[in-house]
Design a protein around this ligand. Sequence first.
Ligand SMILES: Cc1cc2nc3c(=O)[nH]c(=O)nc-3n(C[C@H](O)[C@H](O)[C@H](O)COP(=O)(O)OP(=O)(O)OC[C@H]3O[C@@H](n4cnc5c(N)ncnc54)[C@H](O)[C@@H]3O)c2cc1C
Length: 379
Amino acid sequence: MFDWLIVGAGFAGSVLAERIASQRGESVLLIDRRSHIGGNAYDCYNEAGILIHRYGPHIFHTNAQSIVDYLSQFTAWHPYEHRVLAFVDGKLLPIPINLDTINRLYGLELSSAELEEFFASRRETVEKIHTAEDVVVSTVGRELYEKFFRGYTRKQWGVDPSQLSKSVTARVPTRTNRDDRYFGDSFQQMPASGYTRMFERMLDHPNVKIMLQTDYREVRERIPFRRLIYTGPIDEFFDWKLGRLPYRSLRFEHVTLDCEQFQPVAVVNYPQTEAYTRITEYKHLTGQRNVRTSLTYEYPTDIGDPYYPVPRPENEALYKQYEALSANCPGVWFVGRLATYRYYNMDQVVGQALATFARIQKTIPASDRAPQSALAMPV
Ligand SMILES: Cc1cc2nc3c(=O)[nH]c(=O)nc-3n(C[C@H](O)[C@H](O)[C@H](O)COP(=O)(O)OP(=O)(O)OC[C@H]3O[C@@H](n4cnc5c(N)ncnc54)[C@H](O)[C@@H]3O)c2cc1C
């Protein structure tokens, strides 16, 4: 009998396993249907000895010092500021759009003040901003929207930006200065020995047992546990009984080349005609030196592992119905990106897991061992 069964060994499940084991002294069985821990942040050394991210580039950035302090118990950090270029009209240009992007795209020499005027003369008036398209055309105008955003977003989500909620492009700021950093957060660093090593240290506790290649749906009636933390897709937990929540997936093509460097920055976006959305070159992220280099091409698709909740109002409404069902599952905690159907970054998932742990501490005294009859099975 385990005190806790935790489904999913990504950030959400691993942080909670660590907290419960180390702070409450309770036993945890952590399961994952994949063959490794770390969830989508999993990294590993490939056949060329280069550290790559199996599920696409994961860049750690946050403004929350408490989250840095928590993770720093399990890792040292390697300084890295993320920069992205977009391949547009045959040129590599900084993204988010800044002063250099516009000057180099159009062969101009605008100042910051002139760029303000440039945007002002091109932006469209949109009465009420509803969609991702509204956000961009009302900020930089239709031409830049077509060049930098429309194709990328259509590839990424499989639908036109006019059909997507404004939250999608609200994530991409536009600048009138020359700041070419992708993120503005106060802390931007990578785990010095990689994410997987950080997870291994986090889960190295005698109260934590790990079972990989184990699907919750196959073992839920066979493993005895008192309480459950579930970090998988919420619709799957309820056997999709209200219908399927749409997720966008990715196909990753990993390649290694016999040259030291392929592109000038870690990530180059392809918003125009290519079938892939972006290429990542990992050595820029990790600072690793090697005579060869490893890349990942990302091809968005509807088939495959669920990576991104699709931000449309009808999907949010369906999620709310599942959330209402979850409120009737005492003893089950739903945490993480898939269980709460939110596009959370890693730091936000760590924050959500730590907040969940604080609620567990308040509601369940550590000494209050639930009787066996309180088995936390789904209804
Ligand atoms: C391509 C890509 C790039 C990203 N880049 C960044 C970035 O640069 N910076 C950033 O901060 N965030 C990034 N993210 C987001 C980041 O991956 C997530 O915030 C984080 O991994 C979420 O952690 P999680 O534990 O909620 O979910 P996950 O990492 O998805 O972990 C959930 C785990 O549960 C397991 N699971 C699900 N169902 C079951 C079941 N029935 N039985 C057993 N196991 C199950 C899954 O196998 C998975 O391992 C990126 C995401 C993607 C997809």
